[in-house]
Design a protein around this ligand. Structure first.
Ligand SMILES: [Zn+2]
Length: 336
């Protein structure tokens, strides 16, 4: 592990603490800061780092964590949570996924560990690295569907982690209790950097934004259950976690179905419980219609027998965007 001097919050006593970490001065004259929440339990234990809103429009994890913290009794907490509630405020302020910058890489999910002398996105990553990642014993980079009406139900772990860290990261991912775990290439992400430090890390991709009250409540409950599962797994809360039967799939098993044309997607799978369904090769997942001519532009067809782990609400889609995704049955494994 890299040596890092202890952060200001390392001496916090039981309770909650909030601060804004300075990053840089913006062109509107305001200071760009990152919100850091530290929740310290009564008993000693590990530090779990969590970041949310790495993509600016994915706010389900942020609001779920706010609810979780409202319910959490620090007398029963062992160790500490260090949470960046909005990891990319520039993207969030623009209601978008990426930073609205003129130069350099603008996806915070690709620039870790960052650079304090890079562009603003890299400066943000460097501040998260210095204040959270370098001091955590386990780490969660929590994503959801964003403004495009996406539905998700999986937790990713890093295919490129060293074997023992990968094993620990899979156990962490499983403790979130989603139907899928996915061995994914997370190069450039905070999770990959955490793994390089030798700590387990997982990247939930679950729920979505603007999904209506019923699904929002469901996914909020699942997010809280998942984080409690992670904390129990790490020994931060009493109780044990028994993950459900989960499908584990890697990148070779992942099939993304992307429209060749922009248009309006009529989705056949827009309910939360559609995720996890077995889909036969050749089944119709949806169709894209031309909102100018009203013609059907194309049908979206399942390319393999597999399980649906990503879907969309009906709505506008751009050419080449991910509309659906399947984990190929023949290339995946069940974990009991
Ligand atoms: Zn994301």
């Amino acid at each position: 592990m890299k040596a890092a001097s202890a952060p200001r919050w390392a001496k916090q006593r039981e309770g909650r603490w909030f601060t804004r970490l300075p990053v840089t001065l913006m062109l509107n004259g305001a200071q760009l800061t990152l919100p850091l929440h530290v929740v310290t339990g009564r008993s000693p234990g590990p530090t779990l780092g969590i970041i949310t809103n790495v993509h600016g429009d994915e706010f389900l994890p942020t609001t779920a964590i706010r609810k979780l913290l409202g319910e959490l009794d620090t007398a029963k907490l062992k160790g500490r949570l260090a949470i960046i509630s909005v990891a990319n405020p520039l993207a969030t302020a623009g209601f978008g996924r990426l930073s609205p910058e003129q130069h350099g890489r603008t996806d915070l999910h690709e620039v870790f560990p960052g650079n304090p002398r890079g562009n603003a996105t890299q400066m943000i990553a460097a501040a998260i690295t210095a204040n959270v990642l370098d001091h955590a014993d386990a780490f969660i980079d929590f994503h959801s569907g964003g403004s495009g009406g996406r539905l998700q139900a999986r937790v990713d772990y890093n295919a490129r982690a060293e074997a023992e860290v990968k094993k620990q990261s899979l156990a962490l991912a499983r403790a979130f209790c989603m139907p899928f775990v996915h061995e994914n290439d997370l190069t450039g992400t905070a999770t990959h950097y955490a793994n390089e430090r030798g700590i387990p890390a997982a990247n939930p991709e679950m729920g979505g934004s603007y999904l209506g009250p019923k699904n929002t409540m469901l996914y909020t409950q699942q997010a809280i259950r998942g984080l409690r599962g992670i904390m129990a797994h790490l020994g931060m809360l009493d109780g044990s976690v028994k993950p459900p039967r989960q499908l584990d799939f890697n990148q070779q098993a992942r099939h993304e179905i992307r429209p060749l044309n922009s248009g309006y997607l009529i989705s056949s799978y827009e309910h939360a419980d559609d995720l996890g369904k077995r889909i036969a090769k050749g089944a119709r997942l949806g169709e894209v219609i031309d909102i100018y001519s009203y013609e059907v532009l194309e049908e979206m067809i399942a390319p393999v027998d597999g399980y649906l782990f990503f879907s969309r609400y009906s709505g506008l889609v751009g050419a080449g965007t991910q509309a659906f995704a399947l984990a190929e049955e023949a290339a995946s494994r069940w974990l009991d």
